[in-house]
Unconditional design. Structure first.
Length: 517
């Protein structure tokens, strides 16, 4: 047998290596795009035939690729998933593709159609649509990765259990990642002209250990978008300006990446169209909310806070369902106002007050414009957060508890009235009509007239007073008798204005009463 010359051997070796490379999965988007183009070209070449008769005899016939052939090629090289945490969510979820450069699954119909176009740039809109539908139907349905030990950062997946950075992998179903690199050598906090994040947080905390812990928990939670923390963070001050709220927000935005942060104010959460703008964002920030705005409906805000599945309705696109694990941070000058001031809603609030006003000096300006943007600071923050305990529930600081109480009283006049005035009443059987009139008189005395109906007042008072050990008779079956104290009548009479709220209690009459015996 004749031995091959060196040039032929080199060509064969080159072909062998090219064949091996083509059998390996692409590692970058550029490799993926190239493979799709090459595969489409090869398939078209394979389908070519020479016309055997007729006026076009000898010419090459080049049939177009069918949508099935295009689908097969795209599925061979690209990875697609329909992502939802349960069957119901998956049945309503959109199609994602695995972006090799980012290491996460991306929901972008335009990019998916571009992948199809790489295979056959002559494909009609109908063919592209048919391929897309096939990809959606044939893709695996998978849940998101919910592993408290795994945090996806800019240069890989950090495994807390091993203190080790793992390479990106489509086996981990993440849809967002942190924009900062993990640096194993970033264990020492940087200090800039005497300023450091730790010292600044100590100032904000005002010596309150639970408040300081909450600040650090917010940083740790911001990098972990695969966990629902079921709380919303409120940063508030008294409106004096230069308190550091926006600097704190910018620090978090720099850490997770501006592209991973959505901008949405409280009142905008109820807008289906605007929700699409913050889908798959690690953090949702609402800056400078108007404290005078009354949030009549906060149902979607509550659903996002608790990580429930909600309807997303992008403009000009098909609606779909998704679940948010985003950390929600809202800031304002004053406390928020909600129609829903129930404990179930407010217990998810974590409030941080910014009580210091910083001077408008050039050195302080450097903090916001320079220091919090520096790579070494962000890498240290990420290092500290990754080596901290995973946050599944935020601590409730005393400051936050008191501020939440203030919100409840400000938004719920019945709750406020019972907390402030009810303990002054000396009777243990109190007619509901009397209590309502006393409530109205007290509110008027504070120049805070209420338009609440008596029935609504009674229903609300029932729930609040039951927690304090009081019962209520919904039918007139009890007499106040000796359990009624005339001093309570005097309290109402002293507050009444003319004929308003006239209510003289008859202790011998059967009536609806609140009682504690």
């Amino acid at each position: 047998m004749q031995e091959l010359d060196n040039e032929t051997k080199q060509r064969m070796e080159k072909l062998r290596k090219m064949q091996q490379a083509s059998n390996k999965p692409p590692k970058t988007n550029q490799e993926l795009f190239s493979r799709l183009k090459q595969a489409g070209k090869a398939k078209r070449k394979e389908k070519e035939t020479v016309i055997q008769s007729g006026i076009h005899k000898g010419e090459i016939k080049r049939p177009r690729l069918t949508f099935r052939e295009i689908t097969n090629i795209v599925e061979q090289y690209a990875i697609f998933r329909v992502i939802g945490d349960d069957e119901e969510e998956q049945s309503k979820a959109p199609l994602y593709w695995y972006n090799l450069n980012k290491g996460v699954y991306v929901k972008d119909d335009t990019e998916i159609k571009q992948l199809i176009n790489y295979v056959d740039n002559q494909a009609t809109d109908k063919a592209i649509s048919e391929v897309y539908n096939k990809l959606f139907l044939e893709s695996k349905r998978v849940p998101r990765t919910h592993n408290n030990n795994l945090v996806i950062v800019n240069n890989g997946i950090f495994d807390k259990s091993q203190n080790k950075l793992l390479p990106f992998s489509p086996d981990y179903v993440f849809t967002t990642k942190i924009a900062t690199n993990y640096n194993p050598d970033a264990s020492s906090e940087p200090v800039f002209n005497g300023w450091s994040v730790s010292k600044w947080f100590d100032e904000i905390a005002d010596g309150q250990e639970d408040k300081l812990k909450l600040l650090w928990q917010i940083i740790t939670a911001s990098i972990d978008a695969n966990i629902s923390h079921e709380s919303a963070i409120f940063l508030i001050d008294d409106g004096q300006g230069r308190t550091g709220k926006s600097t704190f927000e910018n620090l978090i935005m720099n850490l997770v990446g501006k592209n991973n942060c959505g901008q949405l104010k409280l009142i905008e959460f109820e807008d289906d169209f605007k929700l699409a703008l913050v889908d798959s964002k690690a953090v949702i920030i609402g800056d400078d909310n108007d404290p005078n705005s009354f949030n009549e409906d906060s149902s979607k805000f509550k659903s996002l806070t608790t990580g429930e599945t909600i309807l997303i309705n992008p403009k000009g696109m098909k609606p779909y369902y998704n679940r948010f694990n985003s950390l929600i941070i809202q800031s304002m000058n004053g406390i928020p106002r909600f129609k829903d001031s129930t404990d179930a809603h407010l217990r998810r609030f974590r409030i941080v007050k910014f009580n210091h006003q910083y001077e408008a000096t050039s050195e302080n300006r450097k903090i916001k414009d320079d220091y919090i943007n520096r790579k070494e600071l962000l890498e240290w923050l990420l290092y500290k957060a990754l080596h901290s305990k995973t946050v599944t529930t935020f601590i409730q600081s005393n400051e936050s508890i008191n501020a939440t109480q203030e919100i409840k009283e400000d938004n719920d006049p019945v709750y406020y009235f019972i907390n402030k005035y009810f303990a002054d009443l000396e009777s243990t059987r109190i007619p509901s009509t009397f209590l309502f009139n006393y409530f109205m008189a007290c509110m008027d005395a504070e120049n805070n007239h209420s338009r609440i109906k008596q029935r609504t007042f009674t229903l609300r008072a029932q729930k609040i007073l039951k927690a304090k050990g009081w019962e209520y008779t919904p039918t007139p079956k009890l007499k106040p008798l000796k359990y009624w104290n005339g001093k309570d009548q005097q309290k109402l009479d002293e507050l009444r204005n003319g004929q308003l709220y006239l209510c003289n209690v008859d202790p011998e009459k059967y009536q609806r009463v609140f009682y504690s015996e």
